[in-house]
Design a protein around this ligand. Structure first.
Ligand SMILES: Nc1nc2c(ncn2[C@@H]2O[C@H](COP(=O)(O)OP(=O)(O)OP(=O)(O)O)[C@@H](O)[C@H]2O)c(=O)[nH]1
Ligand SMILES: [Mg+2]
Length: 464
């Protein structure tokens, strides 16, 4: 039986795991009044394909955390949630035969490795990373030392330096690159690749190694943790961007093989699961985006651009066969498109009266996908997986419970820009609530949501 594969992607903390926990909860315990699908009375019956899998256990643990007023934990490993489902009418008559669906959740950090699969060699990746650093104001501030050393190493031209010089230059560049990543993390930029710097190959999280007791500022503590852990690649096999002259040396070849091993073991498996999906749900936390400002948005956008290009390049045998058929039939049979749902997530952090203003903002962030309209079908949605605030009638006043203390709070949510991102937008002018999850007293009931039912309807192709 055909399995529908859905990849749920987005930067770290965009709300992927929470989205899936809520969606799975609504599908597994479907209540047509809380989750209305395609007209009245349509009922979903769904279950795990393997009740005892690690992934099913992970879902149950995350759901339990919600009951305790806590959000799901940060993801460290990729997960696949595999369900069967069918729909019935209000009298229990079966509408559809059993179908299979698999949802894929990847830690947001791994997406940052996308450049490793969209470039064809270590040299090309090195150039792409340097261009990325040079082209962004914040990144070029964080990476000034690295770029200076890179340019010095380039001055030698394409001829190989001596072995001793190459060794010294590579080790200086490696340290400078790790310092650059530390500064970038400290400056809240989402740019860090290889992503093992943040989550190593065994799923250990950098945050746990950052020693806050040393009296150093946060960025220095992050840099120290990165350099001590040395996880700029696989354990004991570090790499960083190198100029062509150094790549050609014996030492540079060793770094190239570290890069290739990383690409094979970490970057390709994560990214390939995206390329193989039938549908993609791309979550954008607009509240976070507005708060972080234009530098952050620029970095996000250039990564989305890479992802869009990668998705459009699908090369699975089936699609290739369809492409050939399409040519032979003069386009009468067209190859299937990947559906990409660009979602303004966590919309409950923004006053209800402003939700429609989220749409032009996410459209802007994901506009690069529009360029690939022969391969990608694009939708935009506004959702909250767990509606945890109450919007009052008074303009933009909201109520919620504090994320840490649970104390009741009331505040005025900042107004969203009316015509997309403004030219003079800095980020500092925005601050949105960070509530604790609001869960029904009756713990068997799935959480209140909005927009997820509309999205599920399209995802499951229930709407005629
Ligand atoms: N108000 C509100 N906050 C949400 C919602 N979904 C997620 N959040 C917030 O976003 C945080 C991150 O959510 P996750 O689901 O863990 O994010 P993720 O995308 O899986 O993050 P990684 O695992 O790091 O890739 C949560 O701890 C919540 O604070 C939502 O529907 N409403
Ligand atoms: Mg997660």
């Amino acid at each position: 039986m055909f399995e529908q594969r859905v990849a749920v992607v987005g930067l770290t903390q965009s709300g992927k795991t929470t989205f899936l926990v809520s969606l799975l909860n609504h599908l597994l315990e479907h209540d047509p009044d809380r989750f209305q699908l395609s007209g009245e009375g349509l009922q979903i019956r769904a279950g795990w394909r393997n009740e005892h899998s690690d992934d099913a256990d992970h879902y149950r643990e995350s759901r339990l955390l919600l009951n305790q007023g806590k959000w799901p934990q940060k993801s460290m490993d990729p997960r696949s949630y595999r369900l069967w489902w069918r729909s019935t009418d209000r009298n229990g008559r079966i509408n559809t035969r059993n179908k299979k669906i698999a949802f894929r959740d990847i830690p947001g950090e791994r997406l940052m490795d996308v450049l490793m699969v969209t470039t064809s060699s270590f040299g090309e990746w090195s150039k792409a990373i340097c261009n990325q650093i040079r082209s962004d104001q914040k990144l070029s501030e964080c990476g000034a030392e690295f770029i200076r050393l890179f340019d010095v190493a380039c001055e030698g031209g394409p001829q190989k330096p001596s072995s001793a010089v190459a060794k010294e230059q590579i080790s200086e560049l490696q340290i400078a690159y790790m310092r650059f990543i530390g500064k970038s993390i400290g400056a809240n930029s989402p740019f860090y690749t290889p992503s093992t710097v943040a989550i190593d190959e065994n799923g250990e999280y950098l945050g746990e190694f950052v020693d806050k007791s040393t009296g150093k500022n946060h960025t220095e503590a992050v840099i120290e943790a990165i350099i001590t852990r040395g996880d700029c690649g696989l354990k004991g096999k570090p790499f960083c961007p190198l100029p062509a002259g150094l790549i050609a040396t014996k030492e540079g070849k060793q770094v190239t093989s570290n890069f290739k091993l990383y690409r094979r073991r970490i970057a390709k498996p994560s990214m390939r699961s995206l390329q193989r999906c039938d549908d993609m749900v791309l979550l954008v936390d607009v509240a976070q985006l507005l708060t972080r400002g234009p530098d952050w948005k620029n970095v996000c956008q250039s990564f989305l651009e890479q992802m869009a290009r990668y998705m459009a390049e699908k090369r699975t045998a089936w699609i290739m066969a369809k492409r050939i058929t399409s040519r032979l039939t003069f386009g009468l049979v067209s190859p299937p498109k990947t559906r990409v749902f660009v979602v303004a997530a966590q919309a409950d952090r923004i006053h209800q009266s402003e939700h429609e203003l989220l749409r032009p903002l996410v459209k802007d962030v994901a506009r690069c996908f529009r360029r690939f309209d022969t391969e990608i079908e694009l939708y935009d949605e506004v959702i909250s997986a767990i509606n945890s605030t109450v919007s009052e009638d008074a303009p933009r006043w909201m109520k919620w419970e504090d994320r840490k203390t649970g104390e009741p709070k009331r505040g005025n949510s900042p107004g969203l820009p009316g015509n997309g991102f403004a030219d003079d937008w800095k980020g500092t002018e925005y601050l949105f609530p960070r509530p604790r999850p609001r869960i029904p007293r009756n713990k068997a009931n799935p959480p209140e949501q909005f927009g997820m039912d509309r999205l599920a309807e399209k995802l499951l192709r229930l709407k005629k």
